[in-house]
Design a protein around this ligand. Structure first.
Ligand SMILES: N[C@@H](CCC(=O)N[C@@H](CS)C(=O)NCC(=O)O)C(=O)O
Length: 214
């Protein structure tokens, strides 16, 4: 198993957590998103992922892309521990929490989007930062309400055992801090982060623990 990853990439971080939760060992293939204008944009990496995004994942000669597709593949090929609840309504709830981050927040404060906004619309770093902060805050504030309102409130987003929702949430919080978001507005999220980061699967997936960390 090989993971094309960048230490600071939150989508790669999601897959690293899932691999660790499953107890799977893998080879890390670092793709530096800034060096030389971005290694993800080179022909060699585009042959692996035509979207020029990390992560990509190789298993038994097959290449998979999109972090959530990779994580669901891992969950189906290595079912224990499960990353989604069995009950269809619970499963839909966990997926909806994960998608708040993966569909609504993360894509619009991604490197290429921010670079585009900055260059095409002549925005300063400060303005681009505010853009990122706005979308992160909107998503986290909704997620905080979803966590509090759900019936199985426990140590993590849903119940007491980490799911896909936590796998998406925790990496996003590092980005949130980088953009200057005030996380004290989201007390349940901060508690969940504390709990998850005490678990080796999450701690060992953190950007600063990666072989390509700077
Ligand atoms: N939806 C994709 C998002 C992947 C993605 O946006 N990756 C970022 C790093 S977190 C990336 O490669 N950015 C490179 C760029 O913007 O040029 C997934 O979940 O895998």
């Amino acid at each position: 198993m090989k993971l094309y990853t960048f230490f600071r990439s939150s989508a790669s971080y999601r897959v690293r957590i899932a691999l660790n939760l499953k107890g799977l060992t893998y080879e890390s293939a670092p793709i530096h998103l800034r060096r030389g204008g971005g290694e993800q944009l080179g022909a060699a990496y585009k042959a692996i992922n035509p979207q020029a995004l990390v992560p990509a994942f190789e298993d038994n000669g097959k290449i998979l892309t999109q972090s959530l597709a990779i994580i669901e593949y891992l969950d189906e090929t290595h079912p224990n521990p499960a990353l989604l609840p069995k009950d269809p309504a619970d499963k839909a709830l966990v997926r909806s929490m994960a998608l708040v981050i993966a569909c609504e927040v993360h894509p619009i404060q991604n490197l290429r989007v921010l670079n585009y906004v900055k260059k095409e619309y002549n925005q300063t770093d400060e303005q681009v930062n505010r853009w990122g902060q706005h979308w992160i805050d909107l998503g986290l504030s909704a997620l905080e309400q979803m966590i509090v309102a759900q019936p199985k409130r426990g140590k993590v987003c849903f119940g007491d055992v980490p799911t896909l929702a936590d796998i998406c949430l925790i990496p996003q919080l590092g980005n949130a801090r980088r953009y200057g978001c005030d996380l004290s507005k989201y007390p349940s999220i901060v508690e969940i982060e504390k709990h998850c980061n005490a678990l080796p699967a999450f701690a060992n997936a953190a950007p600063e623990k990666q072989p390509d960390a700077e």
